[in-house]
Design a protein. Structure first.
Length: 407
């Protein structure tokens, strides 16, 4: 795990009883740290409060590609990402042991803790990070007050809640979570290597589930600094015995669920602890309050299999920190009329809606076994396979067609 010793000390060394800032960000994970860096680079006084000086090695987002890279580039983090991540440019996609197609495009694999450390390192002043815990927030249309566990206080015109799914502070403010889909998906993360130590024969690989009864969307294999990382996404009851089997005997269980993988992996072993995550789809209510705004999972959770979580997070950071917060700080007051502008932003609403749409689509494509979805599933993979075969016979035609459609 990458660490940055510069951010291991509390702001002001614990001497100042009250810390004055323009924006106080509660939560120093990816969303909070990126937001802090963007705002601090623009010259705003920022205080980020997180109880961890070094973010733990949690199983969260571990790869970024496509439109997400464009957002990172726009926000000025792409070069820093390259310093902590492994780049790959091609993904072999298979199902039932056969090639579906090959995805081509720049992507990166990493450990989440390294990504958070990267984001924190982009803050101009390491003392922006306060290693402490917020115990209470009281707000108004003008100034917000944060009480810390250490006895210190933070004042700010705007408070950004980037606390993920931890909702204690929001609950105290009257913010509630509405569950849209309980135990929507289960994700597993682990690292693999070949028994003989030789590299795998692919840069990255995605293996899609073979039977609806298994509830497997796909297994994604991609490089990180520690080796070949595996992310398995399922729509299945998290109390099912198969979950225990995946934790105890991951190699045998994965090959039993995805037998088509055997020829691509050979003899392999899991080299670290198997981690898993159960995700509910939720959205907050009662969040329109003066002086407080929620971003990322603090506002709405997402389905990891859909791959939309980072995009949503980056849209939130971009719209709030480059458009709204700087404009709000230029004039007096921080009432609901200002805060509502962010929640009504067209790009934010589109990203949130797309995330929920893709979550439901992935679940249906994976698990629904009625005739309509069976036909749709077969057509989905057939279309991809045919397109791939035509592109092999006439290299570059697909890119030209897509370019013409965008013109």
């Amino acid at each position: 795990m990458t660490t940055d010793g510069a951010v291991t000390e509390p702001i002001d060394g614990g001497v100042t009883a009250t810390i004055v800032s323009d924006v106080a960000i509660v939560g120093g994970g990816l969303a909070g740290s990126l937001a802090a860096a963007v705002l601090a680079r623009a010259g705003h006084r920022v205080a980020v409060v997180d109880k961890r000086a070094v973010y733990p090695d949690e199983f969260r987002v571990e790869k970024i590609g496509g439109h997400q890279l464009e957002l990172l580039r726009k926000l000025g983090f792409l070069n820093a990402l390259e310093d902590v991540a492994c780049r790959y440019d091609q993904v072999l996609n298979i199902r039932e042991g056969k090639v579906v197609d090959v995805s081509v495009g720049q992507a990166y694999g990493f450990r989440y803790a390294d990504l958070v450390a990267m984001a924190r390192s982009q803050m101009p002043d390491p003392s922006n990070l306060i290693v402490d815990e917020v115990t209470a927030i009281s707000g108004s249309d003008d100034v917000q007050y944060l009480e810390l566990a250490s006895g210190r206080h933070v004042t700010a015109r705007l408070v950004v809640l980037a606390t993920g799914m931890a909702g204690v502070l929001g609950y105290r403010l009257g913010i509630r979570r509405r569950v849209l889909a309980e135990r929507h998906s289960v994700s597993f993360g682990f690292t693999i290597a070949r028994q003989d130590g030789t590299p795998f024969d692919f840069e990255a690989l995605t293996c899609y589930g073979e039977r609806t009864a298994d509830g497997i969307d796909y297994l994604s294999l991609f490089p990180v600094r520690a080796g070949m990382r595996a992310n398995l996404f399922m729509f299945r009851d998290p109390t099912d015995p198969i979950m225990r089997e995946l934790r105890r005997e991951p190699e045998a269980t994965v090959l039993r669920l995805l037998p088509g993988l055997r020829d691509y992996l050979g003899d392999f072993r899991v080299t670290d602890r198997v981690q898993n995550w159960v995700m509910d789809l939720t959205v907050v209510e009662g969040h329109l309050q003066p002086g407080v705004v929620l971003i990322g999972d603090a506002f709405q959770t997402n389905c990891p299999a859909a791959g939309t979580g980072v995009a949503r997070l980056l849209v939130d950071v971009d719209r709030l920190c480059t458009e709204y917060a700087p404009r709000w700080l230029m004039t007096a007051g921080m009432g609901r009329e200002k805060i509502s502008q962010f929640y009504s932003d067209r790009d934010k609403i589109a990203a949130d809606q797309q995330s929920l749409k893709m979550a439901r689509f992935r679940q249906a494509l994976t698990s629904r076994n009625d005739i309509g979805w069976d036909v749709r599933r077969r057509l989905h993979f057939l279309r991809r396979s045919l397109t791939h075969r035509v592109d092999q016979m006439h290299p570059g035609w697909l890119g030209r067609v897509r370019g013409a459609l965008r013109a």
